[in-house]
Design a protein around this ligand. Structure first.
Ligand code: ADP
Ligand code: MG
Length: 641
């Protein structure tokens, strides 16, 4: 690919234009972040070369001192960021800088609403990367050459950040990349030595390679004009700390440095909620630095979302997104793990089978759960509530995926309950248990499609009457969660819509009353069973209802109705399972039914009651038209009567 290609002008993809425009607008108030992005890319490029050189040291071209260099030109009003990393060939330049075809971009663009204010918030969650140069520059030039190739393989890319970019061959002696920004009129500050140094300190202190800048001339004692420019030695100095942050001791790293490093590893613009930095010594030796973000990334539910930690082996960068170190339900964790035991040429395949990785994974999982536990206990501020709002539904996958840590995870779960009747999920199981009634043995819950349906479920009537708390579950994952979470603190979970209702606190009188009720309703139950023969598996009289006429109950071993709907929506064939219909004999509709002599009308009314019980729990009718015509007939008859 060294054939001499003349200057060529290519168009950005349409989306790229949109993105550039939006970014420049929304990030203008925080211009300086372009430095972080470009230095971060330079550091990534050096990491990549360092790794590639392990297998082929010819790539170093005899020059193994890695550095990033910043050159300022006040006259020309430019800033240049250079690195001696891996560099790019022509195809890579077009691919990486010309198309914005990275995996995240498409889903990011899909999530745009068109509302500028909302979209600017979104962009904060999205790594803007290379294009951030256009926030401060009206022209960006990239001169690059891939490590290991000859000088004439150099490439010059140039764009004014509008519709197009140009690309041409340009000789480059040294490997790596230089990015020159021609600063906009109101961004001249970024050609100023003092300003640039402070930005580098702020964002790039933790970068493990030195960021070099020209040493400012020392004020000479004699103010001697005789020293000519040619004699003055051109000296560079490192502006940043330039040591791998995670290798430093916990007490040596300032909170701001931890935060800046988080932004580097996560591409997030906001501070993390918390972090945990640990060095493990013993059979296995490794250092980990794990962060909990404050906000869910826009692609949290995208199966292809990148997840996992940055993996280093003895400080050498090995790979991004090493997902083998944490379970799926902790996929929101960002950070770094640096191992002394793994081999430098470890691959993803090897990671999957390595027992050392397995035990690191177990330890890191515990670490994260402990970090969450600490945050939940801290009660100061709203950190845990913030965490739960963004990641609660992900953590709910935990008890199914990780049975070993089920108890720990269960303590971290938060629920809506009838204690507050608020949609916000903020009640812990420990709180529920502390409030349990004296004779109450089980933890009750109801699952529905949404919060309102759960809160108004007829199944809750008797619980409300008796003041027994019920968990209100309405996340998609809840049925799945409750299938795996069998007990907490020795108390079993009980779906209030499942099986026969038995409340431990029931008094003798109540039990008697229930028996009488059952006896007295025998005839009615019998008639309804017959009328609904094809639709229900059983009909019974119930005391669990106070205001409603009827409700549906799931058999002890049948699948919950929410789970069933999810499976059906996913295209799964489900075996037929008829629900149990429970009738409240004290309800006027039931009394009306009982006194109805006409069998046709009886059947019609029974069907209406059944359909309504289905509707109340958010279910869909098999034959809605049939329901409507029955209902209408009844209404018309009512008027005629
Ligand atoms: P990201 O860093 O998240 O991949 P960027 O927009 O920052 O996204 O960069 C896009 C791509 O351009 C990088 O993934 C890399 O392949 C390439 N790139 C950017 N800067 C450099 C550089 N200094 N040296 C080599 N490649 C680079
Ligand atoms: Mg980048």
């Amino acid at each position: 690919m060294t054939a001499d290609v003349k200057k060529e002008t290519l168009g950005f993809q349409t989306e790229a234009k949109q993105l550039l425009h939006l970014m420049i607008h929304s990030l203008y108030s925080n211009k300086e972040i372009f430095m972080r992005e470009l230095i971060s890319n330079a550091s990534d490029a050096i990491d990549k070369l360092r790794f590639a050189a392990l297998a082929d040291d010819a790539l170093l071209e005899g020059q193994g001192d890695y550095a990033i260099q910043i050159d300022l030109d006040k006259k020309a009003n430019t800033i240049t960021i250079s690195d001696n990393g891996i560099g790019m060939n022509r195809d890579e330049v077009i691919e990486n800088l010309g198309t914005i075809a990275k995996s995240g971009t498409a889903s990011f663009l899909e999530s745009l609403t068109g509302d500028e204010r909302k979209d600017s918030q979104l962009i904060g969650q999205f790594g803007v990367g290379f294009y951030s140069g256009f926030i401060v520059a009206d022209r960006v030039q990239v001169h690059t050459r891939k490590a290991g190739e000859s000088a004439d393989a150099g490439v010059l890319w140039e764009s004014c950040g509008e519709a197009e970019f140009s690309i041409e061959s340009k000789t480059r002696e040294t490997r790596g990349t230089s990015i020159t920004l021609s600063l906009k009129k109101d961004c001249k500050e970024f050609a100023d030595d003092f300003r640039v140094r402070s930005v580098i300190k702020k964002y790039s202190d933790h970068i493990s390679v030195p960021v070099m800048m020209l040493k400012p001339p020392a004020p000479s004692a004699e103010d001697d004009d005789a020293v000519s420019d040619a004699d003055a030695a051109i000296e560079f100095e490192a502006v940043n700390e330039a040591s791998a942050l995670w290798m430093r001791g916990r007490t040596e790293v300032k909170s701001d440095e931890y935060k800046a490093f988080y932004k580097h590893v996560s591409h997030d613009y906001e501070d993390p909620l918390t972090w945990s930095h640990n060095k493990v010594e013993g059979k296995l030796e490794y250092t980990s630095l794990l962060y909990i973000p404050a906000k869910a990334p826009f692609d949290l539910w995208n199966r292809e979302m990148s997840r996992g930690l940055k993996l280093y082996v003895q400080r050498t960068f090995i790979m991004d997104d090493a997902e083998q170190f944490l379970p799926l339900y902790l996929r929101f964790i960002k950070g770094v793990v640096d191992s002394n035991d793994l081999s430098l040429n470890v691959s993803r395949e090897i990671l999957q089978q390595d027992p050392a990785v397995e035990s690191m994974r177990n330890a890191l999982t515990k670490r994260v759960l402990d970090m969450l536990g600490k945050m939940a206990k801290a009660k100061k501020g709203n950190d845990y509530a913030t965490f739960w709002k963004h990641f609660g539904t992900v953590l709910k996958e935990g008890p199914a995926e990780d049975t070993t840590n089920q108890v720990k995870i269960a303590k971290l779960l938060r629920f809506s309950t009838t204690h507050t009747d608020l949609e916000e999920q903020d009640q812990a199981l420990e709180d529920y248990v502390a409030r349990m009634q004296e004779k109450q043995e089980k933890i009750y819950y109801v699952v529905a499609e949404n919060f309102n349906t759960a809160k108004k479920s007829p199944h809750l009537e008797v619980f409300r009457k008796k003041g027994i708390e019920v968990l209100l579950l309405s996340d998609r994952v809840d049925d799945w969660l409750m299938n795996h979470l069998r007990e907490f603190d020795g108390k079993q979970f009980q779906d209030v819509a499942r099986g026969a209702l038995e409340l431990a606190g029931d008094s003798e009188e109540e039990k008697q009353a229930q028996e009488t009720l059952t006896k007295e309703s025998e005839a009615l139950v019998e008639r309804v069973s017959k009328a609904l023969e094809n639709r229900v598996s059983e009909v019974r009289a119930t005391a669990r209802l106070t205001d409603s006429a009827a409700c549906l109950v799931v058999g002890d071993f049948d699948m919950g109705s929410q789970m069933r709907r999810i499976m059906e929506a996913a295209g799964q064939e489900m075996p037929e399972a008829k629900p149990i219909l429970e009738i409240n004999p004290a309800h006027p509709l039931a009394e009306m039914l009982d006194q109805e002599p006409d069998e046709d009308r009886f059947e019609s009314l029974a069907n209406i009651i059944f359909d309504q019980a289905t509707l109340v729990e958010g279910g869909q009718l098999d034959d809605p038209a049939d329901y409507v015509s029955r209902m209408n007939k009844l209404l018309v008859e009512m008027r005629q009567a």
